[in-house]
Design a protein around this ligand. Structure first.
Ligand code: CTP
Ligand code: MG
Length: 239
């Protein structure tokens, strides 16, 4: 059943949490780490800017000016808001959400550089219909329970990734409930689920992995160098 009020003319805002400190990678905030000569934040922003009407990016206060300079080419194309991030990813997203007025929001981590147009479209379309949608990756390894080694049916499981899209009021209610009830989650679909709202799932691919450790970064460089997943480096708008 289509979500009440969902139409093809809904406005869409991209929310990019990019305010982490990148401790596990060890190169400062990951958003500004160059991947094949382009900061990871720009990879994520370029993919979103091609689709959304507005874009809100959350960074640490000390990084506001360099972010403004870095994203200037995209500010001419989409309504760009820079927001000072919070102490957790959840707090950053809450602030990003408060900065936009669109009907639909799509949250995507700055640390996931390889967002493709068809995945983005699929999560937005499902969020319009169901109110909430996340990508999740089917798992390749066999799985067991850690405490007793009992096998778990991997076909029933997904590894949670971004992008995740929501009708804005749905995510707003979830974040309000989280603040009220003291819930913490590492992703937004988790908060929406917790308030009892259904989340639709779209299969994500291996290209949506998060760059977390030096090994992940080496993998990201190899993806660019090899053109795996059809990945090409982003070009500035108009260039
Ligand atoms: N993030 C954020 N605000 C925070 C913490 C994280 O916006 N206070 C963002 C990161 O910038 C990243 C995404 O959330 O795009 C996923 O977080 P993670 O991979 O954990 O990044 P970091 O927190 O930067 O890395 P680490 O945990 O290793 O320090
Ligand atoms: Mg973190």
């Amino acid at each position: 059943m289509p979500h009440a009020g969902a139409t093809a003319t809904d406005t869409v805002a991209g929310l990019v949490p990019a305010a982490g400190s990148g401790e596990r990678l060890g190169r400062g905030p990951k958003a500004f780490v160059d991947l094949a000569g382009t900061p990871m934040l720009v990879w994520a922003v370029a993919a979103l800017a091609a689709r959304v009407d507005a874009l809100a990016v959350g960074v640490a206060e000390v990084d506001l000016e360099r972010t403004r300079a870095l994203l200037a080419p995209w500010a001419a194309r989409v309504d760009l808001r820079l927001v000072v991030g919070g102490a957790s990813r959840q707090a950053t997203v809450q602030r990003l959400l408060a900065s936009v007025e669109s009907d639909v929001v799509v949250v995507h981590d700055a640390a996931r550089p390889f967002l493709d147009a068809s995945t983005l479209e699929a999560v937005i379309a499902a969020a319009r219909e169901h109110g909430a949608c996340s990508v999740g990756q089917p798992l390749a390894d066999s799985l067991v329970r850690a405490h007793d080694g009992a096998p778990v049916d991997r076909a029933q499981l997904r590894a949670v990734q971004t992008p995740q899209a929501f009708r804005r009021e749905v995510l707003q209610r979830a974040h309000e409930a989280a603040v009220r009830d003291g819930w913490a989650a590492t992703d937004d679909a988790g908060l929406v689920w917790r308030m009892g709202h259904r989340v639709a799932w779209v299969d994500g691919g291996g290209h949506l992995f998060k760059v977390t450790t030096p090994g992940d970064f080496a993998l990201a460089e190899a993806v660019v160098a090899s053109g795996a997943f059809g990945v090409t480096a982003p070009a500035a708008p108009g260039s």
